[in-house]
Ligand binder design. Structure first.
Ligand SMILES: [Zn+2]
Length: 124
């Protein structure tokens, strides 16, 4: 079925397209290629981060008394702390509406929000 359609990445393969449409197709292909490059770079960074994390854990595991169980407990604790932080709400001073912790101003009226909790070093 896929072969029934022209390759939209190469607008020269499609007859009778006006200049604007060809330009749009080319721009979209360029953007898709750029996004593909960005995803590949992120995948490489993620793989490297995973490698470093495992190496660091191996060092800790072999040179301290920390166990795999200790690591699993710590991961669960961090996951719970992050979930609670993400679910906490801020209250608008003006309209009293509840806002997500991710907002800097009230999403309803633009007012100041109260209840900011201290940020973790790992909030990013
Ligand atoms: Zn508000």
């Amino acid at each position: 079925m896929k072969d029934d359609f022209p390759d939209l990445g190469n607008s020269a393969d499609i007859p009778n397209l006006d200049f604007e449409t060809r330009k749009l197709l080319q721009d979209n292909k360029t953007e898709a290629d750029d996004n593909g490059d960005r995803i590949r770079k992120l995948e490489d960074k993620l793989a490297n981060l995973s490698l470093v994390t495992e190496a660091l854990w191996n060092l800790l595991n072999t040179r301290t008394r920390l166990t795999d169980e200790d690591l699993a407990t710590s991961i669960n604790n961090v996951a719970q702390t992050r979930k609670a932080r993400e679910e906490s709400k801020l209250t608008c001073i003006k309209c009293k509406m509840q806002n997500s912790i991710n907002h800097k101003k009230c999403m309803y009226c633009g007012g100041e929000l109260t209840g900011h909790t201290s940020k973790s070093l790992f909030n990013f």
